[in-house]
Design a protein around this ligand. Structure first.
Ligand code: 5AD
Ligand code: SF4
Length: 371
C-alpha cells in the first residue's frame, strides 16, 4: 500500500491498519508528524499523571486492578496528591491528570472536590493555575457537574471499543458494564462543558482492523478534542488473558499503537493526542516514538513511587523511571532528570532535524476545542 492510496472511510482506514508493509508504516508516521507540526505546531504539552487509587468497583475483563483480582490496594491521601501536584507546578508541567479506579461513594466524590479546589490554589508563579484533567470513570451527571464547578476542565473516559459487540466481549455482562451507559457518560461530560477525551485499546483479543477503523471514526463522530489510546497489554491474571484468546504480538501491538496515532492525526489534525503510557511498556522510548508519530501530549507519571508499583493495570515496570524521585538532579535512570531537559534528550539521532518543544507552564488545550 502507498500513502497516496490512503482513504479515510472505514474500508480505507481498515486497509491501512491491516497493512504490515514497513515502508508504508514509516511513510505514514512521517506524514503524521509533518501534519502535526503544520497544524498544532511542534509543542508537546505535559500532564503530570497522579494515580490516586487502585480501588475499583468495576470488573473489566482485561484489567489488572479489577474488583475481583487480589492485589494490594492503595489510596493516596489528600496530602500525597497535593505533594505530587506541587511537583508538577515546580516543574512547570502546566497540568495534572488525576486518574484512578472507578468509585462513586460520597467520601471519594467529596475528596476529589476538595482536591480540585486545593490544586487550583497551588502557587504556580507567573503561570496560570494548574489545569486539571480527571479520569475517574463513569459518574452520575451531578458528580461530573460538581467536579467541573470545582475546577476540572478536561475529562478522559475511554470508550475502550466503539464496537458494542466487542465491548461486551471484554466486559462482564451486567448493568455496571454497559456500553450505552458509557456513551451516555461521554455525552454528559460534553454537555457540561468539559473537554471530553476518549480512546480505546489497540490490539486486543477479538479486535479486527475494521474495529480499529471504527474507533477512529467514532472519535471523529464524537468530535473528541483529545484522544488517549494505547496498545493492549495482557495482565497475567486477568480473565481475558486466562481465557487464552489470541492477540497480536508485542511488536505488532506497538506498531499498531503508533499507526493509530498517525492515522488519527491525519483524520483529526488539530486535536490533542496523548502518547499513552502503554506504549512505554512495549518499548523503552515508546512515548517519545508516539510523539514522533503525531501525538502532542506526554504524561510523566508523578505518582509516589511506592504506590505507583501497585497501579498495575498491566505489567508496566518500565514506567517507574518517571518517578518523582527523578526530581533529584543527576539521577540518570529516569526520564525527567538530565538537567531538567525533558524528556527527549536521550533520543539523539532519532530527533535529528525534528524540532520538539515542550510547552512548559501551559494548559495546552486542544486547538480543536478552542475553535
Ligand atoms: N492493557 C492496556 N490498557 C489497559 N487499561 C486497562 N487494562 C489494560 C490493559 N490490560 C486501560 C483502559 C482504561 C485505562 C485506565 O487503562 O483503557 O481506560
Ligand atoms: Fe476499573 Fe478502569 Fe480497570 Fe475497568 S479498566 S476495572 S474501570 S480501573
Amino acid at each position: 500500500m502507498n500513502l497516496s492510496d490512503l482513504t479515510f472511510d472505514r474500508e480505507g482506514l481498515a486497509a491501512a491498519i491491516a497493512c504490515e508493509d514497513a515502508a508504508f508504516e514509516e511513510a505514514l508516521l512521517d506524514e503524521a508528524y509533518r501534519v502535526k507540526v503544520a497544524t498544532v505546531g511542534p509543542e508537546v504539552y505535559l500532564r503530570g499523571l497522579i494515580e490516586i487509587s487502585n480501588r475499583c468497583v468495576k470488573n473489566c475483563l482485561y484489567c489488572g486492578i479489577r474488583r475481583d483480582i487480589r492485589c494490594q490496594r492503595y489510596e493516596l491521601s489528600e496530602e500525597e496528591v497535593l505533594a505530587s501536584a506541587r511537583i508538577a507546578a515546580q516543574r512547570r508541567f502546566g497540568s495534572v491528570v488525576i486518574q484512578g479506579g472507578e468509585r462513586t461513594d460520597a467520601a471519594f466524590v467529596g475528596k476529589i472536590t476538595r482536591l480540585l479546589k486545593a490544586i487550583k490554589a497551588i502557587d504556580t508563579g507567573d503561570d496560570p493555575p494548574l489545569g486539571v484533567t480527571l479520569s475517574l470513570g463513569e459518574q452520575p451527571r451531578e458528580v461530573y457537574q460538581e467536579w467541573f464547578d470545582a475546577g476540572a476542565h478536561r475529562y478522559l473516559l475511554r470508550i475502550e471499543s466503539s464496537n458494542p459487540d466487542l465491548y461486551r466481549k471484554i466486559h462482564p455482562a451486567d448493568p455496571l458494564h454497559s456500553y450505552d451507559r458509557r456513551l451516555q457518560a461521554l455525552y454528559d461530560l460534553k454537555e457540561i462543558g468539559y473537554q471530553a477525551g476518549t480512546g480505546a485499546m489497540i490490539g486486543m483479543p477479538f479486535q479486527t482492523a475494521d474495529d480499529m477503523a471504527r474507533d477512529l471514526l467514532f472519535y471523529k463522530e464524537f468530535d473528541a478534542p483529545m484522544v488517549g489510546m494505547g496498545p493492549y497489554n495482557p495482565h497475567p491474571e486477568s480473565p481475558l488473558t486466562l481465557s487464552g484468546a489470541p492477540y497480536p504480538s508485542a511488536e505488532r501491538r506497538f506498531a499498531l499503537g503508533l499507526k493509530m496515532i498517525a492515522l488519527l492525526r491525519l483524520l483529526m489534525p488539530d486535536i490533542n493526542i496523548a502518547a499513552a503510557t502503554a506504549l512505554e511498556v512495549l518499548d523503552p522510548r515508546g512515548r517519545e516514538k508516539g510523539i514522533l508519530a503525531g501525538a502532542n501530549v506526554f504524561m510523566p507519571n508523578i505518582t509516589p513511587e511506592e504506590q505507583m508499583v501497585k497501579y498495575n493495570l498491566y505489567d508496566r515496570k518500565t514506567i517507574l523511571r518517571d518517578c518523582p524521585a527523578s526530581a533529584e538532579p543527576g539521577r540518570q535512570d529516569t526520564h525527567i532528570c538530565k538537567n531538567c531537559v525533558f524528556p527527549f534528550c536521550s533520543m539523539g539521532d532519532d530527533l535529528a532535524g525534528k524540532r520538539i518543544i515542550v510547552g512548559y507552564g501551559k494548559w495546552g488545550d486542544s486547538k480543536h476545542f478552542r475553535k
